[in-house]
Design a protein. Sequence first.
Length: 318
Amino acid sequence: MKVAVSSTGKDLDSQIDPRFGRCAYFLIIDTDDMSFEVFDNENIALGGGAGIQSAQFVASKGAKVVITGNCGPNAVRTLNAAGIEVIVGQSGTVREAVERFRKGQLNPSSEPNVPDHYGMGGGRSGRPGMGRGMGMGRRLWSSRADVSTSPTVEVKSLKEQAEQLRRQIQEIEGRIRKLEAGPQGKEPGYHRPGPGDETRPVGLEGNHLRIAVPVSGGRLNPHFGHSESFLIVDVENGRIKGKEAKTPPPHEPGVLPNWMAEQGVDVVIAGGMGRRALGLFEEKGIRVVTGAPEMDPEEAVTQYLMGTLATGQNVCDH
C-alpha cells in the first residue's frame, strides 16, 4: 500500500511537517518494503487552494492513505472524494509514523482538525515565508470556531503543533548558525580524518559554533551511540563561552543525528561512529570528527579549536 506523508525533509528520518497543503515535501512510501519517492510540494506558496491541489497530487501518485499533522476542510473533502483515508495529529519522524500505521496503531478521521488556509505564508528556503516547512503566517493560530472539535482535543492538537514548531525553530536556528559561520557560498560539511590527522575547524571559524562530545564516566566515550551524556560546548570567536551536559534520548537508529540537529550542534567529536550515523549527520550538515582518543571532553574541544586534536582510526566503523 502507498501512503503519503507530509515531511519537512527528503528522507524517512525527517520530521513530519504539521501542514498538509503547504508542507515542504511529500514522501510517497510503499509500506510493504518502505521504499519511497520524494516530491517537492509545488503548492507551498499558493495563496489559496493549496489543500485541494495537494490532495489531488497525492491521489495522482496512487496514495491510499495520508499521514500528516493537520489537514483543513477542503483538503479532507478532496481526499475523501478520492477514497483516500486521512490520519491527522501525527508528529515525530516520518519513519516512526509509518511504523505506527503498519502496526495498526493509527486511526483515520473524516473530519478536519484545522480551519481553511492553515499555515499560509510558510515555505522552504528560497520561497516566501521563513524556514523549511515552518508555516509562519497570518493564520498560524486560530480559534478554529469553524471546526467541530472539543476544547480537550484542540488543546492537545495545539500542544503538538507547538512542539513541532519548537523543533523546527531549533533546526532553522542551527542552520542559520552554520550559514553565518561558514565562508560565503560554502557550507560546513562532514570530515572524516585519517589516522594521525590534525583536525582543524576548517570552514567553521565564524562567530558562533556549537560542539558536542559523547561522555561516559567523565571521559570522551569511544562508543558514540552508548554515551551517558553529551557535553555541549558553545564557542564564540574561537573561545569557549559556555557548556552544559545533556542527557540524550534512548539509543535507537537515527535518533541521535536528529536530536543533535535539534540542539543546534555544528560539530561532533567522537571516538567511533557507525557508517549509517555518519551518513545521517552528513545529511544534517553536521561535521563529524572520528578517531578522537579517550580524554577529558572539554580538552578535546580545546584541542580541536587549536587544531592540535590528533585522531586515529574510527573505533566503531560498522
